[in-house]
Write a protein that binds this ligand. Sequence first.
Ligand SMILES: [Zn+2]
Length: 274
Amino acid sequence: MPELPEVETVRRGLIGPLEGRVLARVRQYRPDLRWPLPADFAGRLTGRRVERLDRRAKFILARLDDGQVWITHLGMSGRMVLSRDVTLPPGPHDHVVIETDGGDIVTFNDVRRFGMMDLVPEDELPEHFLLRDLGPEPLGNAFNDTVLSAALAGRRTPIKAALLDQKIVAGLGNIYVCEALYHAGISPKRLARSVAGKRAARLVPAIRDVLDRAIAAGGSSLRDYVQASGELGYFQHDFAVYGREGDPCRSCGKPVTRIVQSGRSTFYCGACQR
Ligand SMILES: [Zn+2]
């Protein structure tokens, strides 16, 4: 599943083909993804110019010249594929295909169809049902240890679960929560309410660091991906604990532990994380 760094990599990869470009031809091959596409979706996108591509949590926001915002979420398996070959027939899981006046073709492919797209007026964006309850951006200025401590105060859930709560901080998923807790030296089982003071002050930069490093890795992979397959945003990471059950912790050498919390795998070092 794409997490925030993958989505940010996709956004950056789409800037060249889309920003400042007119969506000259839009084809949609289904009426719905996870939810129904808005009425006349392809028709309303056609002829619009993309003024800017932004991101909020894991949503890609394309601001259009008519004041509408085209929202995309990649869901579990959604991908954006770039091409310039107009003769290529759409594949079975290609749901939306967009040709720009620059000759680029952007294809939204989603095997499992947990992705979504919507089109809303700019002023309605903050109240969109998928965006209105989102907490602060982890890489934004509104996120700091004071804000995080306040959000965690009184919470009896494990810190792992709290960080996955999109109302506390937006866009964090399973992988980067595991990694951030490792780098902050905080046990995933620790009660959220006890993460304050120095612990919160360690956790915030740890979250930013793991995301920043992954985005940098995605950025360096962008050109390769575009050249190789046209597919944006999926790249190899080197994780400290995620997916490394039984392997030695890179700090203390003890084996990395896997437990299941709220139905999701958590990887951590029981010696380094307290
Ligand atoms: Zn360790």
